[in-house]
Ligand binder design. Structure first.
Ligand code: FE
Length: 174
């Protein structure tokens, strides 16, 4: 027997009203034309915020690295997925290399150190990061963290300093 939702006769179609309080969608060019939109994260490392999710905690961004180098060792308490748009990189802790067009899944509990090879002038990767990033030293002791609120604070300070205005980040916050 077929299940009937909400007591309506088969064939009836119920109107689904627009949700109250829905937040606006976001549709932006991911790689920005204005260089100031890239927020410096470390020497030759930037992120470009796309969605700063304060409801479930997490963020979507592009990560750009323009050097051979290391992005600090960190632990993910929650899921991360990524898609490589340009260049390539690897984790010191794994054998595989993520190059242009690669999809990456990082399981909760994963600890790794992102490195870009010397012959790669620039890498850009889209990351969807849930929860937080917990930075750890070689003994796995916590030395720092980032979450959606620290990311928002970094964006605010940077956009204020470059003349876009501290509220420029608001368009990415949900
Ligand atoms: Fe990571």
């Amino acid at each position: 027997m077929k299940a009937q939702p909400t007591g309506r006769a088969e064939g009836d179609s119920a109107a689904i009203p627009p949700a109250l309080g829905i937040r606006p969608e976001i549709a932006v060019r991911a790689i920005p034309a204005d260089e100031r939109i890239w927020v410096p994260q470390a020497d030759d490392v930037w992120f470009r915020p796309l969605l700063l999710n304060t409801v479930t905690g997490g963020w979507c961004n592009l990560l750009r690295v323009r050097r051979s180098g290391v992005l600090s060792r960190h632990r993910h308490p929650m899921i991360v997925v990524g898609y490589v748009i340009r260049g390539r990189w690897k984790y010191l802790e794994h054998d595989w290399i993520a190059d242009e067009g690669s999809f990456v899944f990082e399981p909760p509990g994963e600890v790794h150190t992102l490195t870009v090879p010397a012959d790669c002038a620039e890498m850009i990767t889209f990351f969807n990061i849930a929860g937080a990033m917990i930075y750890v030293d070689d003994d796995d002791r916590q030395i720092g963290y980032e979450d959606v609120f620290t990311k928002i604070a970094m964006c605010r300070a940077h956009y204020r300093d470059v003349g876009l205005g501290s509220d420029y980040v608001d368009q990415f916050i949900r």
